[in-house]
Each structure stands twice: as C-alpha cells, then as structure tokens.
Write a protein that binds this ligand. Structure first.
Ligand SMILES: Cc1cc2nc3c(=O)[nH]c(=O)nc-3n(C[C@H](O)[C@H](O)[C@H](O)COP(=O)(O)O)c2cc1C
Length: 147
C-alpha cells in the first residue's frame, strides 16, 4: 500500500477533559448521501479508543505547510496540542487552524478488522481552505503537483 499515495489527516476528539489526536492516512470517502467517511486505527490507539467512547471526532486534512503537525501527532510528545493554534467546534471538538479542510463527524459504526478498527463517521459539518495538501508516499512526505 506504500505505492498508493495518500493525503495526511489528524483525527481528533475531546474526552474526559483531555484532547486526543493522531495522524492517519487511512482516511477514505465512503458515501455521498449521507456523507460518510472512514479511517482505521491500530488496536492500541489512544485516540481511536477516545473517539469510540466520545462518538464524535474531527478530521483535519493537513496542508503541505503542516508537515510538522503530521510528525507531532504521531510522536511521543505527551500533550500533542500544546502551544498549537486550536479552535473548538460547538461540540468541543479540536480543530487545527490552517488545515486544508476540517470536518466534524459522528461515529456511525466500528468494525474490527485484524489488528485495526475501521471507524465510520457521518460528516456533520465541514470547511475548506485554499491550500496545497500534504502528500504521503512510500514513507515520505511530498507535495501535490497538477499533471
Ligand atoms: C503519515 C502517517 C500516517 C499514519 N496513518 C495511520 C493510520 O491510518 N492508522 C493508525 O492507526 N495509525 C497511523 N499512523 C500512526 C499513528 O499516527 C501513531 O501510531 C500515533 O502515535 C497514534 O496515536 P494515539 O495512540 O494517540 O492514537 C500514521 C502515521 C503517519 C506518520
């Protein structure tokens, strides 16, 4: 699958007075009516567990200028939101400022699949910004270039 280039997103939620967020590239569009997307989280994912419990999450599609956020939300830093420009949705979901797109979603279904969970969410609201997306391919980051 490393041969399949993807975008990069941070999925995030707030649960039990704590913010959770993780970098994912397993984000996929599933349905248009209603608008449903999915992403997969590994069994031990703290963010995946918080999202399952809260039942709500945000999706922040990273722009090419946000490579540092991709690294931060996969790294060992205890509070990944520390010193970041974060806004909050009406449901208290963290939204990373400057992202290429932001969506607020409601968990509809969780499927177990091997050592991962497939989390499906209905998109309740969304917003996008005119900027170039961050791209991930064969373990490396890149930029999108129009063919
Ligand atoms: C580009 C990139 C894409 C990633 N995609 C996923 C993914 O789709 N699912 C996943 O479980 N982990 C993915 N990871 C790894 C998680 O970001 C990492 O395990 C993170 O520490 C999980 O945090 P958590 O324990 O708070 O959930 C990805 C990492 C990178 C750098």
């Amino acid at each position: 699958m490393g041969s399949f280039p993807t975008g990069v997103a941070v999925v995030a939620t707030a649960w039990d007075h704590e913010l959770f967020g993780a970098t994912v590239n397993s984000l996929t569009s599933v349905s248009l009516q209603p608008c449903i997307l999915l992403f997969c989280t590994t069994e031990g994912s703290a963010t995946g567990a918080a999202i399952r419990k809260r039942g709500l999450f945000s999706v922040n599609i990273l722009g090419a200028h946000q490579l540092d956020l991709s690294a931060r939300f996969t790294g060992k830093q205890k509070n990944r939101f520390e010193d970041l420009a974060v806004a909050f949705s009406s449901d208290g979901l963290p939204l990373l400022q400057g992202a290429a797109a932001q969506m607020c979603c409601r968990v509809t279904t969780v499927h177990k699949a091997g050592d991962h969970d497939i989390i499906l969410g209905e998109v309740m609201s969304g917003d996008e910004m005119a900027c170039s997306p961050l791209v991930f391919h064969k373990g490396a980051y890149g930029h999108f270039q129009r063919a």
